[in-house]
Design a protein around this ligand. Structure first.
Ligand SMILES: [Zn+2]
Length: 462
């Protein structure tokens, strides 16, 4: 990625020196995972290859969220520069962001980024833009602290009294924090922590009102998964007291909510003699229709978003730059919407619109192809080649890619195809392999090349 530069760092633990990619631009539009890394305090987190010590490099970076018009520069005092140098570095960071944006999308906020001296104050600004207040943050910290105390409690009695004393804090957001901790501990392979978290959760599912509600919700969902029929969905909806659980059931069971479903529900209503019970069923029918309408509205909104993006691409003077920025949004739904628009234009006989839309299609296809690693593209070409002569031509045209690691890839493919009984494809791989072996330079594969540095950026300390 263009934003990743290499820096040399010295491990604070074992003094080993190593090269590591550093981030100077976190752009949530181009890399949606950037925000999670920021919030988790993992920007420029490096792990020493010699001793495994993890630490974060306290380096300047810019955080950019175009939708929220946020351009936030982190400029720690530790970067140790004069005022002038700091101003220049800030200017360079915002210019680097601007260079990735089409001219017609550049806005004033980029010229005047907000500067933060501490990481925490920058994170708070990002959260504030999400509508997260300091009180909400404090509430989260309180819950995390309570979880820690529950985990550390040495006897079941201690745990129970902690639960009794803090019932008000043991809400759905507490359970979310618990699940998050569970995922993290699991991903890190901390089996003992996972075990204790599961114990605490089991206890809370039994001992708190919210816990019992959540337990009932997952039981209802499991029941629907095991028996995905209209009758079962209807029974579960009638049994379930909690409206959120009913909404979850309707959302998961959406394919079942059709004309037949409503017919069954109406039959139940008509065959219920008790007036009170009948009214409950009638309001359930209304509720199901409302939830279904909300789900459909969301789907329509997604289509409208894609149409807006398509319009922007058609209007932009630099559609490619815009498409690169919004690459994550160029998904299957976008392609479906675009294909439908092309068809509409064809039916309307609007040749000019057809060719402009096809231009967008070709652009998107080209960018999506770029995302596929070049070795895989080459491999696909080889496997589709009709004869040995073509295989040789393709390999010779891509000679710079035919190295030891590509030969290893072909060996793997040949083995896999034989194992799967695909003799024809295995044979093709074998032919390509023979030619590639003769072409590939001997010795270990080359080191990957250092990424190009964007103009005007200063790399801080090594
Ligand atoms: Zn080290």
């Amino acid at each position: 990625m263009a934003q990743r530069l290499l820096a040399r760092v010295t491990c604070p633990n074992c003094r080993a020196s190593f090269g590591t990619p550093i981030e100077q631009i976190l752009d949530v539009e181009m890399d949606p995972s950037a925000k999670a890394r920021l919030l988790a305090g993992q920007v420029n987190l490096v792990v020493c290859p010699a001793c495994g010590f993890a630490s974060t490099l306290d380096l300047p970076f810019i955080y950019h969220d175009p939708r929220k018009e946020l351009a936030l520069v982190y400029m720690p005092m530790a970067a140790g520069r004069t005022d002038l140098e700091r101003q220049q570095a800030i200017g360079a960071l915002s210019r680097a962001v601007m260079s990735t944006m089409p001219q017609d999308q550049r806005k004033g906020y980029l010229l005047n980024p907000q500067v933060f001296l501490t990481y925490e104050s920058l994170v708070n600004r990002v959260l504030e833009a999400d509508g997260v207040t300091p009180e909400m943050l404090q509430a989260q910290r309180d819950r995390a602290e309570l979880l820690k105390r529950l985990l550390e409690a040495s006897t079941p009695e201690d745990r129970m009294s902690l639960i009794q004393e803090n019932l008000a804090m043991l809400d759905e957001s507490f359970f979310r924090i618990l699940s998050l901790n569970l995922e993290q501990a699991d991903a890190l392979g901390h089996a003992e922590v996972v075990q204790r978290l599961l114990e605490v959760r089991a206890l809370l599912l039994e001992q708190t009102a919210v816990g019992r509600k959540l337990a009932a919700r997952s039981a209802a969902l499991r029941a629907l998964q095991e028996q995905p029929t209209r009758e079962k969905l209807l029974d579960l909806l009638i049994e379930t007291e909690d409206p959120t659980t009913r909404a979850v059931l309707i959302t998961f069971g959406q394919p079942l909510v059709d004309y037949l479903f409503f017919q069954k529900l109406t039959q139940r209503i008509e065959s219920t003699p008790d007036e009170e019970a009948r009214r409950r069923l009638e309001s359930l029918r209304e509720e199901v229709m409302n939830v279904r309408e909300k789900i459909r509205e969301q789907a329509r909104e997604e289509v409208r978003d894609k149409l807006r993006l398509l319009q922007d691409l058609l209007m932009s003077e630099q559609p490619e730059l815009l498409a690169r920025r919004r690459l994550v949004e160029l998904d299957d739904l976008f392609l479906n919407v675009l294909a439908a628009e092309i068809e509409n234009a064809q039916q309307a006989g609007d040749q000019e619109a057809v060719s402009r839309l096809q231009g967008v299609w070709q652009l998107v296809m080209r960018l999506l192809q770029e995302q596929v690693p070049p070795e895989l593209l080459l491999l696909t070409q080889l496997m589709e080649a009709p004869d040995e002569g073509t295989v040789r031509q393709v390999l010779e045209a891509n000679a710079q890619m035919v190295d030891a690691s590509f030969v290893a890839l072909l060996e793997q493919v040949e083995q896999d195809m034989r194992a799967r009984g695909e003799e024809g494809l295995a044979q093709k791989a074998a032919i390509a392999l023979g030619i590639a072996r003769a072409m590939a330079p001997q010795g270990p594969p080359e080191e990957p090349k250092t990424p190009q540095r964007p103009s005007g950026l200063i790399i801080a300390r090594g």
